[in-house]
Design a protein around this ligand. Structure first.
Ligand SMILES: CC(C)(COP(=O)(O)OP(=O)(O)OC[C@H]1O[C@@H](n2cnc3c(N)ncnc32)[C@H](O)[C@@H]1OP(=O)(O)O)[C@@H](O)C(=O)NCCC(=O)NCCS
Length: 179
């Protein structure tokens, strides 16, 4: 393991480095990977570099690389954003960029590491996320990590020629402690 920050059973999370940028660019410009994300504009190398620099300068959020312990293979990124230290809220985000690694339960494992860090180290009260209604894979992954459905912003997301609902999912510290 290289520079691990949070360590799980099959994966570990580490800070992103300059050398990861080309891989991240490939993921974020691949329509197959981004079809369920809010971002749909092309990402340039310059913008990606600025994004990485901004990640670790601000206390409002961070992204970490998701790395398979077996083979030290970087397969995606996840993190907390919009951290609000007054209300003790934050938003979770994740992307597994290597499609052959979908369906192995890596997203729930990464989410649980971030949830533990958010609740036990950052003293958060609620961690939430937004997911589009057609992204059932993500909803299932989030349910497995302990998130529950809180509500929907109806027909708020346009993709593939039609509108989808934006679903809100969240987990409170009491629910995290109980599971
Ligand atoms: C969404 C994502 C993070 C899920 O990661 P993952 O590691 O593949 O998640 P899991 O391995 O837990 O698999 C997802 C679950 O959804 C299920 N699933 C897959 N397709 C499904 C569908 N169409 N309907 C319902 N469930 C589905 C799988 O069977 C699995 O559940 P199971 O373990 O009970 O069988 C990953 O696919 C990804 O990064 N996608 C692109 C970016 C993205 O959408 N990010 C999330 C934005 S909110």
């Amino acid at each position: 393991m290289r520079n691990p920050f949070l360590i799980g059973e099959r994966i570990y999370l580490r800070p992103l480095e300059e050398e990861d940028l080309d891989r991240c660019m490939r993921w974020i410009n691949n329509p197959e990977i981004t079809a369920t994300l809010g971002r749909r504009l092309p990402m340039s190398r310059t913008l990606e570099q600025e994004w990485l620099t901004g990640q670790y300068r601000s206390e409002k959020g961070f992204s970490l690389a998701i790395v398979l312990k077996n083979g030290d293979h970087h397969i995606g990124n996840c993190g907390l954003h919009e951290i609000d230290y007054q209300n003790r809220n934050a938003e979770f985000g994740i992307l597994i960029g290597e499609k052959e690694h979908w369906g192995h339960g890596y997203a729930p494992e990464a989410a649980k590491l971030i949830l533990r860090y958010g609740f036990d180290e950052l003293n958060l009260h609620r961690i939430a996320l937004e997911v589009y209604s057609h992204n059932q894979r993500a909803q299932r992954a989030y349910e497995k990590a302990g998130f529950t459905h809180e509500g929907a912003k109806r027909e708020s997301y346009f993709r593939g020629g039609r509108y989808h609902d934006t679903l809100i999912m969240g987990i409170l510290i009491s629910e995290w402690r109980a599971q």
